[in-house]
Design a protein around this ligand. Structure first.
Ligand SMILES: N[C@@H](CCC(=O)N[C@@H](CS)C(=O)NCC(=O)O)C(=O)O
Length: 219
């Protein structure tokens, strides 16, 4: 059976959510973050040399990287459900959003988060770069989601699962505060029954460790 290695309060919540949406059986192994460093515990490095959440085990092998796992699960284990077939006019959009999440959108958010955690340790030049990237990227997402409920015009897909975590991580840094379209999208995704089942099983996500004083939780 598919085994999911879940690092607490992390991107691996995506995979639990995906599997709950698909209704596939899985064995869950929870790896609490190291209480001092907040990083992966040694137990995750015993599953895969990169020691990252998410990691899955299937057919005797270990696979890490959210987008790769989503592709593997939807194609190999779910007959393409929640993905888009190559013949569909939406295939390009699906590929874009599935990969944009970690390929481009997430990096600047992580830099901003680290900047906050290190008391502006990134310096002005780098900060100027990543804040500009966030501005463009989030403006584009807002524009797309102003006209439709999900990243694909046809409705919910696994690309929403990869994209939602980018926005969830950006929230404690204040990037959803003046972006109501993105904030309401995240709330819609978080209200999905499968999302709620995933957080019940993997533990409610607490990203408060990343919160800025200038970014009170959204109400
Ligand atoms: N691009 C990778 C990123 C994996 C990643 O950095 N995961 C974080 C969790 S959010 C992690 O494992 N952090 C703990 C650490 O690096 O020690 C993916 O999407 O899977």
């Amino acid at each position: 059976m598919l085994k999911v290695h879940h690092l607490t309060h992390s991107r691996s919540q995506r995979i639990l959510w995906l599997l709950e949406e698909l209704g596939l059986p899985y064995e869950l192994v929870i790896h609490p973050r190291d209480p001092v460093t907040v990083r992966s515990p040694q137990s995750l490095f015993r599953i895969h040399p990169l020691g990252k959440g998410p990691t899955i085990e299937h057919d005797g092998g270990a696979l890490t990287e959210s987008g790769a796992i989503i592709d593997f699960v939807t194609r190999r284990l779910a007959a393409g459900r929640l993905s888009v077939p190559e013949t569909s006019p939406e295939f390009a959009d699906y590929c874009f959003w599935l990969h944009y999440a970690e390929g481009s959108a997430m990096g600047p958010v992580v830099f901003d988060l680290l900047d906050g955690m290190t008391g502006n340790g990134c310096g002005e030049a780098l900060r100027g770069f990543f804040l500009n990237e966030i501005e463009h990227s989030f403006a584009y997402m807002s524009e797309v989601l102003s006209g439709q409920e999900h990243f694909l015009a046809s409705g919910f897909s696994a690309a929403d699962i990869n994209m939602t975590w980018v926005l969830e991580l950006a929230e404690p840094c204040g990037h959803l505060q003046d972006r109501p379209v993105l904030a309401s999208y995240v709330r819609r995704m978080q209200a999905r029954p499968a999302y709620l089942r995933a957080t019940e099983k993997g533990g409610k996500q607490d990203l408060g460790m990343f919160r800025r004083a200038s970014a009170p939780p959204l109400t």
